[in-house]
Design a protein around this ligand. Structure first.
Ligand code: NAP
Length: 382
């Protein structure tokens, strides 16, 4: 018997890896809400994104047949009512996965962020309902709906937290809509910062999170060198960081595997943290990034006292990413681990400095233009 899944965001980083994981099981068919572009049909965009994701994950052409035969684009847009889809010709999905979102976080994009992430979720819920989804509405949220809250972050719907930016605020609101849709037996998945594949270290699209931070550091370096030749290479800059902060990074294939395994389980829990139980110290990750970008090590300080104007400019320039280096959060994983039945630690959790360096080096090489970037990723990385 065929299990049908409906997925939004299938051309993106997490969604494409989720689809690959779903297709790995024979007899699964995937219908993916996809926008057309001015040059490509929805079907061509989806097929191309999935093939690139498969290459980044280290598959040769082994999965191409499954992608072509068992994955179908459904043209639409989460900004339209019912996502612009007439459900008549679609098979009833066993599960609905709402992954599409805007990953922008800047205040100037707030209207677009809320439209895509909140109204988009409302439209996805309507589509799931009209398609008669059988088992679950699975919503991919973020561990950072915790906002400014520190300490132990529970796998539960929380309220009263202060978001750091419009992205977090929009994901909090969207969780609220999903949670209320009890008729769809909702599940909320909260990944932390998603990075490349645990074996290949590569990414095929979507350079947010850690990659956005690496790019920001490189841009700041170029800016300093424009102000004065060689300025960036002189003595280490002072940067504000909490020595105890942990950077919760988790490989995309681990995320996709856990989503699908929990999706197929009979768990009655609603919220699942898809996070790394052994995250590396944020300060160590930033040391690796500075080293891989050939920058002198920053000097970590606790506040801005005595910073010169250049250091203040860098501090300002780090923007959203500053929150990565402040405070300590521990994400509970009781529901996830109980459902996954984890007894052996997942190898992809391992984030010692050498491992982190491999992820960072791959992207630093992409930014320097010394390694191939898959064509689908070029626009996102620019
Ligand atoms: N990446 C992370 O580190 C991370 C961490 C935690 C949670 N998450 C969550 O994971 C989900 C996926 O993130 P990602 O990293 O995969 O992002 P991504 O690579 O930027 O992909 C976003 C996806 O959403 C689609 N989309 C955006 N607006 C749409 C619209 N109006 N109609 C239809 N589709 C639309 C995009 O389609 P187009 O190709 O047409 O633009 C793309 O497929 C998001 O919900 C995000 O909040 C991500």
């Amino acid at each position: 018997m065929t299990a049908n899944h409906f997925v939004t965001g299938g051309t993106g980083f997490v969604g494409s890896n989720l689809i690959l994981e779903l297709l790995a099981e024979r007899g699964t068919a995937v219908y993916a809400l996809t926008r057309r572009s001015s040059r490509q049909s929805a079907e061509d965009r989806l097929q191309s994104a999935l093939r690139h994701a498969a290459r980044a994950a280290g598959y040769d052409d082994a999965l191409d047949h499954a992608i072509a035969e068992r994955c179908h684009a459904v043209e639409g847009d989460v900004l339209s009512e019912n996502c612009g889809v007439t459900t008549g010709g679609l098979p009833r999905p066993d599960q609905f996965w709402h992954v599409a979102a805007s990953l922008r976080y800047e205040e100037r994009y707030a209207a677009e962020i809320f439209r895509t992430n909140v109204e988009g979720t409302r439209n996805a819920l309507a589509l799931a309902r009209s398609s008669g989804v059988d088992r679950h509405f699975n919503y991919v949220s973020t561990a950072y709906v915790s906002g400014c809250r520190m300490g132990l972050i529970r796998e539960e719907i929380s309220s009263g937290q202060t978001p750091n930016n419009p992205y977090e605020a929009s994901k909090i609101q969207a969780e609220g809509l999903v949670q209320q849709s009890l008729d769809l037996r909702p599940r909320i998945f909260r990944p932390s910062i998603v990075i490349g594949h645990s074996i290949t270290r590569r990414v095929s699209s979507g350079f947010s999170g850690l990659y956005g931070f690496i790019k920001r550091v490189l841009r700041l370096r170029q800016l300093l060198d424009r102000i004065q030749d060689g300025l960036a290479s002189r003595a280490g800059l002072r940067v504000i960081a909490d020595p105890n902060a942990l950077l919760n990074i988790i490989p995309v294939d681990v995320v996709a595997r856990q989503l699908v395994r929990i999706g197929r389980s009979g768990s009655r829990a609603t919220v699942f943290h898809i996070t790394n139980p052994t995250p590396p110290p944020a300060v160590e990750v930033s040391r690796v990034i500075f080293r891989e970008l050939d920058l002198p090590q920053p000097v970590m300080v606790s506040d801005s006292a005595g910073m010169n104007w250049i250091e203040q400019k860098v501090e300002e320039g780090l923007g959203f990413y500053k929150s990565y280096f402040r405070g300590t959060r521990v994400f509970e994983r009781t529901n996830s681990d109980w459902t996954l039945g984890v007894s052996v630690p997942e190898p992809g959790y391992r984030m010692d400095s050498a491992t982190v360096a491999e992820y960072v080096r791959w992207y630093a090489d992409v930014l320097r233009g010394t390694t191939d970037l898959l064509p689908a990723a070029e626009a996102a990385a620019a």
